[in-house]
Design a protein around this ligand. Structure first.
Ligand SMILES: Cc1cc2nc3c(=O)[nH]c(=O)nc-3n(C[C@H](O)[C@H](O)[C@H](O)COP(=O)(O)O)c2cc1C
Length: 326
Protein backbone atom coordinates (compact mmCIF):
# COMPACT_ATOMS: atom_id res chain seq x y z
CA UNK A 1 0.00 0.00 0.00
CA UNK A 2 1.80 3.10 -1.25
CA UNK A 3 0.85 6.60 -0.13
CA UNK A 4 2.63 9.95 0.13
CA UNK A 5 3.76 8.80 3.59
CA UNK A 6 5.46 5.61 2.40
CA UNK A 7 7.17 7.57 -0.38
CA UNK A 8 8.35 10.42 1.83
CA UNK A 9 9.55 8.21 4.68
CA UNK A 10 10.92 5.40 2.51
CA UNK A 11 8.88 2.73 4.31
CA UNK A 12 6.78 -0.25 3.18
CA UNK A 13 3.50 0.33 5.07
CA UNK A 14 1.86 3.69 5.87
CA UNK A 15 2.07 3.04 9.62
CA UNK A 16 4.13 5.00 12.15
CA UNK A 17 4.78 4.27 15.83
CA UNK A 18 4.37 7.49 17.80
CA UNK A 19 6.84 8.59 20.46
CA UNK A 20 6.08 7.12 23.91
CA UNK A 21 7.80 8.20 27.09
CA UNK A 22 9.40 5.21 28.89
CA UNK A 23 8.19 2.86 26.13
CA UNK A 24 9.67 3.94 22.80
CA UNK A 25 13.15 2.45 23.11
CA UNK A 26 15.50 1.22 20.38
CA UNK A 27 14.05 -2.33 20.62
CA UNK A 28 10.51 -1.22 19.86
CA UNK A 29 11.47 1.36 17.22
CA UNK A 30 13.73 -1.12 15.41
CA UNK A 31 11.03 -3.83 15.51
CA UNK A 32 8.48 -1.49 13.94
CA UNK A 33 10.92 -0.36 11.25
CA UNK A 34 12.01 -3.94 10.54
CA UNK A 35 8.32 -4.82 10.10
CA UNK A 36 7.95 -2.15 7.41
CA UNK A 37 6.58 0.78 9.42
CA UNK A 38 8.43 3.74 10.92
CA UNK A 39 9.65 3.16 14.48
CA UNK A 40 10.36 6.16 16.68
CA UNK A 41 12.63 6.45 19.74
CA UNK A 42 11.52 8.88 22.48
CA UNK A 43 14.39 11.29 23.11
CA UNK A 44 13.44 12.24 26.67
CA UNK A 45 13.19 8.62 27.82
CA UNK A 46 16.97 8.78 27.74
CA UNK A 47 18.35 10.52 30.84
CA UNK A 48 20.90 12.63 28.97
CA UNK A 49 21.62 13.74 25.38
CA UNK A 50 24.66 11.44 25.45
CA UNK A 51 22.43 8.49 26.37
CA UNK A 52 20.18 9.39 23.45
CA UNK A 53 23.16 9.24 21.10
CA UNK A 54 23.94 5.74 22.40
CA UNK A 55 20.28 4.70 21.99
CA UNK A 56 20.23 5.93 18.38
CA UNK A 57 23.42 3.98 17.66
CA UNK A 58 21.86 0.90 19.29
CA UNK A 59 18.79 1.26 17.03
CA UNK A 60 21.09 1.46 13.99
CA UNK A 61 22.65 -1.84 15.02
CA UNK A 62 19.17 -3.42 15.23
CA UNK A 63 17.88 -2.17 11.88
CA UNK A 64 19.21 -0.65 8.69
CA UNK A 65 15.76 0.68 7.84
CA UNK A 66 14.64 4.30 8.46
CA UNK A 67 13.56 5.21 12.00
CA UNK A 68 12.82 8.44 13.82
CA UNK A 69 13.26 10.25 17.13
CA UNK A 70 10.46 12.01 19.02
CA UNK A 71 11.25 15.30 20.74
CA UNK A 72 8.38 16.32 23.03
CA UNK A 73 8.48 19.90 24.25
CA UNK A 74 6.17 20.26 27.24
CA UNK A 75 5.90 22.94 29.91
CA UNK A 76 8.07 21.87 32.85
CA UNK A 77 9.23 23.40 36.10
CA UNK A 78 12.73 22.17 35.36
CA UNK A 79 12.84 21.66 31.57
CA UNK A 80 15.27 19.19 29.99
CA UNK A 81 18.01 20.63 27.73
CA UNK A 82 15.93 20.43 24.55
CA UNK A 83 18.57 22.10 22.35
CA UNK A 84 21.21 19.58 23.40
CA UNK A 85 18.87 16.66 22.62
CA UNK A 86 18.16 18.33 19.27
CA UNK A 87 21.86 18.67 18.53
CA UNK A 88 22.38 14.95 19.19
CA UNK A 89 19.56 14.04 16.78
CA UNK A 90 21.21 16.18 14.11
CA UNK A 91 24.73 14.92 14.83
CA UNK A 92 23.53 11.30 14.63
CA UNK A 93 21.94 11.90 11.18
CA UNK A 94 18.57 10.47 12.22
CA UNK A 95 16.43 10.50 9.05
CA UNK A 96 13.09 11.52 10.64
CA UNK A 97 12.06 13.58 13.67
CA UNK A 98 8.64 13.79 15.31
CA UNK A 99 8.11 16.97 17.33
CA UNK A 100 5.16 17.42 19.68
CA UNK A 101 3.90 19.50 22.56
CA UNK A 102 4.67 23.09 21.58
CA UNK A 103 5.31 25.38 18.62
CA UNK A 104 8.11 23.54 16.80
CA UNK A 105 9.29 26.48 14.63
CA UNK A 106 12.86 26.79 15.94
CA UNK A 107 13.46 23.05 16.09
CA UNK A 108 11.98 22.39 12.64
CA UNK A 109 14.21 25.05 11.10
CA UNK A 110 17.27 23.37 12.62
CA UNK A 111 16.18 19.88 11.56
CA UNK A 112 15.35 20.99 8.03
CA UNK A 113 18.71 22.69 7.67
CA UNK A 114 20.25 19.31 8.52
CA UNK A 115 18.16 17.54 5.86
CA UNK A 116 15.97 15.70 8.39
CA UNK A 117 12.34 14.93 7.48
CA UNK A 118 10.08 16.50 10.11
CA UNK A 119 6.74 15.29 11.43
CA UNK A 120 4.89 17.59 13.83
CA UNK A 121 2.16 16.06 15.97
CA UNK A 122 -0.67 18.27 17.19
CA UNK A 123 -4.33 18.16 18.17
CA UNK A 124 -6.02 20.93 16.17
CA UNK A 125 -6.34 22.16 12.60
CA UNK A 126 -4.92 25.58 13.53
CA UNK A 127 -1.78 24.05 15.00
CA UNK A 128 -1.46 21.74 11.99
CA UNK A 129 -1.59 24.71 9.62
CA UNK A 130 0.96 26.53 11.76
CA UNK A 131 3.29 23.51 11.66
CA UNK A 132 2.93 23.34 7.88
CA UNK A 133 3.71 27.05 7.60
CA UNK A 134 6.94 26.68 9.59
CA UNK A 135 8.10 23.84 7.36
CA UNK A 136 6.86 20.52 8.79
CA UNK A 137 7.05 17.90 6.02
CA UNK A 138 4.26 15.81 7.56
CA UNK A 139 1.60 16.62 10.16
CA UNK A 140 0.18 14.08 12.58
CA UNK A 141 -3.23 14.88 14.02
CA UNK A 142 -4.19 13.28 17.32
CA UNK A 143 -7.95 13.01 17.85
CA UNK A 144 -9.63 13.24 21.25
CA UNK A 145 -9.49 9.42 21.54
CA UNK A 146 -5.71 9.42 21.80
CA UNK A 147 -3.48 8.34 24.63
CA UNK A 148 -1.56 11.17 26.25
CA UNK A 149 -2.30 14.81 25.47
CA UNK A 150 -5.49 15.31 23.41
CA UNK A 151 -5.47 19.12 23.84
CA UNK A 152 -8.46 21.04 25.14
CA UNK A 153 -10.78 21.16 22.09
CA UNK A 154 -12.20 17.63 22.48
CA UNK A 155 -12.73 17.05 18.76
CA UNK A 156 -12.64 13.33 17.88
CA UNK A 157 -10.77 12.04 14.84
CA UNK A 158 -13.89 11.45 12.79
CA UNK A 159 -14.33 15.22 12.46
CA UNK A 160 -10.79 16.45 13.12
CA UNK A 161 -9.09 14.42 10.39
CA UNK A 162 -11.23 15.50 7.42
CA UNK A 163 -11.28 19.05 8.81
CA UNK A 164 -7.48 18.99 8.67
CA UNK A 165 -7.20 17.06 5.40
CA UNK A 166 -9.22 19.58 3.46
CA UNK A 167 -6.93 22.44 4.47
CA UNK A 168 -3.48 20.86 4.63
CA UNK A 169 -1.19 20.41 1.68
CA UNK A 170 1.48 18.30 3.39
CA UNK A 171 0.81 14.58 4.00
CA UNK A 172 -1.33 13.81 7.03
CA UNK A 173 -0.97 11.00 9.57
CA UNK A 174 -4.13 10.07 11.45
CA UNK A 175 -3.48 9.32 15.11
CA UNK A 176 -5.50 8.35 18.16
CA UNK A 177 -7.71 5.29 18.28
CA UNK A 178 -6.04 3.22 15.55
CA UNK A 179 -5.23 -0.45 16.01
CA UNK A 180 -6.32 -2.43 12.97
CA UNK A 181 -6.98 -2.53 9.23
CA UNK A 182 -10.42 -1.02 9.65
CA UNK A 183 -8.82 1.99 11.26
CA UNK A 184 -6.23 2.30 8.51
CA UNK A 185 -8.90 2.21 5.79
CA UNK A 186 -11.04 4.70 7.71
CA UNK A 187 -8.07 7.05 8.06
CA UNK A 188 -7.37 6.91 4.33
CA UNK A 189 -11.06 7.50 3.60
CA UNK A 190 -11.03 10.55 5.89
CA UNK A 191 -8.18 12.08 3.90
CA UNK A 192 -5.09 10.91 5.77
CA UNK A 193 -2.08 9.31 4.08
CA UNK A 194 -1.37 6.84 6.87
CA UNK A 195 -1.76 6.19 10.58
CA UNK A 196 0.33 6.64 13.69
CA UNK A 197 -0.31 4.44 16.73
CA UNK A 198 0.83 4.48 20.34
CA UNK A 199 -1.19 2.15 22.57
CA UNK A 200 -1.32 -0.65 19.98
CA UNK A 201 2.46 -0.69 19.70
CA UNK A 202 2.84 -0.56 23.49
CA UNK A 203 0.98 -3.89 23.54
CA UNK A 204 3.40 -5.85 21.32
CA UNK A 205 5.96 -8.54 22.06
CA UNK A 206 8.85 -6.13 21.44
CA UNK A 207 7.46 -3.35 23.65
CA UNK A 208 9.67 -3.05 26.75
CA UNK A 209 6.81 -2.65 29.26
CA UNK A 210 6.11 -5.33 31.87
CA UNK A 211 3.88 -8.22 30.63
CA UNK A 212 1.27 -7.39 33.30
CA UNK A 213 0.79 -3.94 31.73
CA UNK A 214 0.22 -5.56 28.35
CA UNK A 215 -2.25 -8.00 29.94
CA UNK A 216 -4.08 -5.06 31.54
CA UNK A 217 -4.42 -3.38 28.13
CA UNK A 218 -5.85 -6.57 26.60
CA UNK A 219 -8.31 -6.89 29.50
CA UNK A 220 -9.41 -3.23 29.51
CA UNK A 221 -12.34 -1.76 27.62
CA UNK A 222 -12.59 1.54 25.73
CA UNK A 223 -14.20 3.06 28.84
CA UNK A 224 -11.19 2.46 31.08
CA UNK A 225 -9.33 5.74 30.70
CA UNK A 226 -9.41 9.01 32.67
CA UNK A 227 -8.74 12.57 31.58
CA UNK A 228 -6.50 14.05 34.26
CA UNK A 229 -5.37 17.68 34.79
CA UNK A 230 -8.38 19.04 32.88
CA UNK A 231 -8.98 22.03 35.20
CA UNK A 232 -5.32 22.99 34.70
CA UNK A 233 -5.77 22.89 30.89
CA UNK A 234 -3.01 20.31 30.59
CA UNK A 235 -5.28 17.35 29.89
CA UNK A 236 -3.82 13.87 29.64
CA UNK A 237 -5.62 10.62 28.82
CA UNK A 238 -4.31 7.86 31.07
CA UNK A 239 -5.32 4.45 32.39
CA UNK A 240 -8.17 4.47 34.87
CA UNK A 241 -6.86 3.32 38.26
CA UNK A 242 -7.06 4.42 41.89
CA UNK A 243 -4.34 7.04 41.36
CA UNK A 244 -5.82 8.68 38.23
CA UNK A 245 -9.33 8.67 39.73
CA UNK A 246 -7.98 10.37 42.85
CA UNK A 247 -6.27 13.05 40.73
CA UNK A 248 -9.56 13.74 38.93
CA UNK A 249 -11.45 13.88 42.26
CA UNK A 250 -8.95 16.21 43.97
CA UNK A 251 -8.90 18.71 41.09
CA UNK A 252 -12.67 18.54 40.60
CA UNK A 253 -13.01 19.44 44.28
CA UNK A 254 -10.97 22.61 43.72
CA UNK A 255 -7.51 21.21 44.48
CA UNK A 256 -4.38 22.70 42.95
CA UNK A 257 -1.42 21.12 41.15
CA UNK A 258 0.44 21.00 44.45
CA UNK A 259 -2.28 18.73 45.81
CA UNK A 260 -1.71 16.16 43.04
CA UNK A 261 1.98 16.70 42.34
CA UNK A 262 3.07 13.54 44.13
CA UNK A 263 0.30 11.44 42.54
CA UNK A 264 1.23 12.43 38.98
CA UNK A 265 5.01 12.18 39.46
CA UNK A 266 6.64 10.75 36.34
CA UNK A 267 8.98 8.55 38.37
CA UNK A 268 5.98 6.85 39.94
CA UNK A 269 4.35 6.25 36.56
CA UNK A 270 7.57 4.87 35.15
CA UNK A 271 7.55 2.19 37.83
CA UNK A 272 4.24 0.87 36.45
CA UNK A 273 5.96 -0.12 33.22
CA UNK A 274 8.91 -1.63 35.09
CA UNK A 275 7.09 -3.49 37.87
CA UNK A 276 3.82 -4.31 36.14
CA UNK A 277 1.84 -2.91 39.09
CA UNK A 278 -0.84 -0.99 37.20
CA UNK A 279 -2.04 0.74 40.39
CA UNK A 280 1.38 2.17 41.26
CA UNK A 281 1.00 5.49 39.46
CA UNK A 282 -0.24 7.33 36.41
CA UNK A 283 0.39 5.54 33.11
CA UNK A 284 -0.60 6.53 29.62
CA UNK A 285 -2.99 4.53 27.47
CA UNK A 286 -5.69 5.31 24.90
CA UNK A 287 -9.37 4.41 24.46
CA UNK A 288 -8.26 2.08 21.68
CA UNK A 289 -7.26 -0.45 24.32
CA UNK A 290 -10.86 -1.65 23.98
CA UNK A 291 -9.96 -2.89 20.48
CA UNK A 292 -6.78 -4.72 21.51
CA UNK A 293 -7.14 -8.46 22.11
CA UNK A 294 -3.61 -9.78 21.88
CA UNK A 295 0.10 -9.15 22.33
CA UNK A 296 1.37 -9.52 18.77
CA UNK A 297 4.84 -9.14 17.31
CA UNK A 298 5.25 -5.89 15.39
CA UNK A 299 5.67 -7.88 12.19
CA UNK A 300 2.47 -9.90 12.70
CA UNK A 301 0.61 -6.77 13.68
CA UNK A 302 1.63 -4.76 10.62
CA UNK A 303 0.99 -7.69 8.27
CA UNK A 304 -2.46 -8.15 9.82
CA UNK A 305 -3.29 -4.45 9.53
CA UNK A 306 -2.39 -4.12 5.86
CA UNK A 307 -3.98 -7.48 4.96
CA UNK A 308 -7.19 -6.52 6.72
CA UNK A 309 -7.17 -3.13 5.00
CA UNK A 310 -6.68 -4.81 1.61
CA UNK A 311 -9.63 -7.16 2.22
CA UNK A 312 -11.84 -4.20 3.13
CA UNK A 313 -10.72 -2.27 0.05
CA UNK A 314 -11.47 -5.19 -2.26
CA UNK A 315 -14.81 -5.88 -0.63
CA UNK A 316 -15.85 -2.26 -0.94
CA UNK A 317 -14.71 -2.15 -4.54
CA UNK A 318 -16.83 -5.24 -5.27
CA UNK A 319 -19.82 -3.70 -3.50
CA UNK A 320 -19.43 -0.33 -5.19
CA UNK A 321 -17.84 -0.83 -8.62
CA UNK A 322 -16.31 2.42 -9.84
CA UNK A 323 -18.72 2.55 -12.83
CA UNK A 324 -21.67 2.66 -10.42
CA UNK A 325 -20.01 5.09 -8.02
CA UNK A 326 -19.52 7.46 -10.94
C1 LIG B 1 2.71 5.09 27.04
C2 LIG B 1 2.58 6.26 26.13
C3 LIG B 1 3.48 7.30 26.25
C4 LIG B 1 3.39 8.40 25.37
N1 LIG B 1 4.33 9.40 25.44
C5 LIG B 1 4.36 10.37 24.48
C6 LIG B 1 5.41 11.32 24.45
O1 LIG B 1 6.30 11.34 25.30
N2 LIG B 1 5.39 12.25 23.46
C7 LIG B 1 4.42 12.26 22.49
O2 LIG B 1 4.47 13.11 21.60
N3 LIG B 1 3.39 11.40 22.53
C8 LIG B 1 3.35 10.45 23.48
N4 LIG B 1 2.34 9.52 23.48
C9 LIG B 1 1.26 9.62 22.47
C10 LIG B 1 1.52 8.73 21.24
O3 LIG B 1 2.66 9.10 20.53
C11 LIG B 1 0.32 8.83 20.29
O4 LIG B 1 0.12 10.18 19.90
C12 LIG B 1 -0.94 8.28 20.94
O5 LIG B 1 -0.65 7.11 21.65
C13 LIG B 1 -2.00 8.00 19.90
O6 LIG B 1 -3.13 7.43 20.48
P1 LIG B 1 -3.38 5.85 20.54
O7 LIG B 1 -2.69 5.41 21.77
O8 LIG B 1 -4.83 5.72 20.58
O9 LIG B 1 -2.75 5.23 19.31
C14 LIG B 1 2.37 8.44 24.38
C15 LIG B 1 1.46 7.38 24.29
C16 LIG B 1 1.56 6.30 25.14
C17 LIG B 1 0.57 5.17 25.01
Amino acid sequence: MQTRITELLGIEHPVVQGGMQWVATAELAAAVSEAGGLGIISALTQPTPEALAAEIQRCRRLTDRPFGVNLTILPAIDPPPYERYRDVIIAEHVPVVETAGANPADHIAAFRAAGITTIHKCTSVRHALKAQSVGADIVTIDGFECAGHPGEDDVPGLVLLPAAARQLEVPLLACGGFADGRGLMAALALGADGISMGTRFMCTVESPVHPDVKAAIVAASERDTELILRPLRNTSRVASNTVSREVVAVLTDGGTFDDVRELVAGARGRKVYELGDTEHGIWTVGMVQGLIDDIATCRDLLTRIVDEAAVIAHRQLAAFPLSQAG
